[in-house]
Design a protein around this ligand. Structure first.
Ligand SMILES: C[S@@+](CC[C@H](N)C(=O)[O-])C[C@H]1O[C@@H](n2cnc3c(N)ncnc32)[C@H](O)[C@@H]1O
Length: 288
């Protein structure tokens, strides 16, 4: 690893290694989250037929695949991600979905424009599904995305706004045990400019975007058991960006606390529900 522990390069390398480690189980634990959010983001972005679309931090293609359908046969979608293993899954999913006009390549969401052949103004739409909160320099990324857009191009971003209040202590069981200097999961999601819709939209405006508009979505996930939740958490952001850094004794203590809290939240049939609030924010390179 190169660079200081909190340099953007090091943070990005850690985050992509974390997501690469989660890739086998990512989006396959039966909680129907990423595909639902991907569909919402694509619907809000109102992708014109024939559009050239860049999907940054594409993961397994939850946004890229519906975006390809929306752009139609004359459109073109490129998904980029720092984790090659995610891209291999995305390619396989696109093949199984029967969508053409989509390609995937390794690339940095924060600096996608460094790829050869991508001139400023190459894309009609830039999409970022649940990735902006994992970038060390979100505003830097947003500036870069704006450069890549052709007027009057649009940006569509989905991001996490609020945890289910009943689950806050469950997440805190892990976050409060993080080693010094490593941000917990909730802390990463709520840092500026993600404290509120207003602060996020103000950041977009500060980067030159116009008419930002946000729609909130509440997504309810059902877990069969606390163990099912844990399987999902280990295959997603909490593990990838935060909890995998917990030393094993602290991890065990956190899991013990969390499971005790989850037992108290179980419905009579033993299941657990968790309602997360997500935002889809769309903004324009020029005044629409
Ligand atoms: C929570 S997943 C979201 C994936 C996908 N957009 C979706 O909606 O399912 C975040 C993804 O962003 C990728 N990622 C994180 N930081 C990145 C960066 N700097 N550049 C490119 N990809 C990044 C991770 O590898 C992971 O695949």
């Amino acid at each position: 690893m190169t660079g200081s522990p909190d340099s953007p390069q090091t943070v990005k390398q850690q985050v992509s290694e974390g997501f690469a480690a989660t890739a086998p189980g990512y989006d396959t634990t039966g909680t129907e989250f990423f595909s639902v959010m991907g569909d919402h983001l694509v619907a809000h972005a109102r992708i014109p037929a024939g559009a050239w679309v860049l999907d940054v931090g594409c993961g397994k293609g939850a946004v890229s695949i519906p975006a390809t359908r929306a752009a139609g046969p004359s459109g073109r979608v490129t998904g980029i991600d720092l984790a090659p293993v995610m891209l291999a899954h995305a390619e396989e999913r696109a093949r199984r979905a029967g969508v053409a006009n989509v390609s995937f390549r390794v690339g940095d969401a924060e600096d996608p424009g460094t790829h050869p052949g991508w001139e400023p103004g190459s894309f009609d739409v830039v999409l970022a599904g649940n990735v902006v909160q994992f970038l060390p320099r979100p505003a830097h990324a947003v500036w870069r995305w704006r450069t890549l857009l052709t007027p009057p191009g649009r940006l569509g971003v989905s991001w996490s706004v609020a945890e289910d209040p009943r689950w806050v202590p469950v997440i805190a069981a892990f976050d409060t045990r993080m080693p010094e200097g490593i941000t917990g999961f909730a802390g990463m999601l709520r840092r500026p400019p993600f404290a509120s819709v207003d602060t996020f939209e103000a950041m977009l405006a500060g980067c030159g975007f116009h008419a930002p508009a946000t729609v909130l979505h509440r997504v309810t996930m059902t877990y069969r058991t606390p163990e099912h939740w844990w399987e999902a958490a280990r295959s997603q952001g909490p593990w990838a960006v935060a909890w995998r850094h917990l030393p094993s004794e602290r991890l065990q203590a956190a899991q013990h606390d969390a499971f005790a809290r989850l037992d108290a939240l179980r419905a009579p049939d033993g299941t657990l529900t968790r309602t997360l609030t997500f935002a889809c924010t769309v903004a324009y390179k020029n005044q629409p």
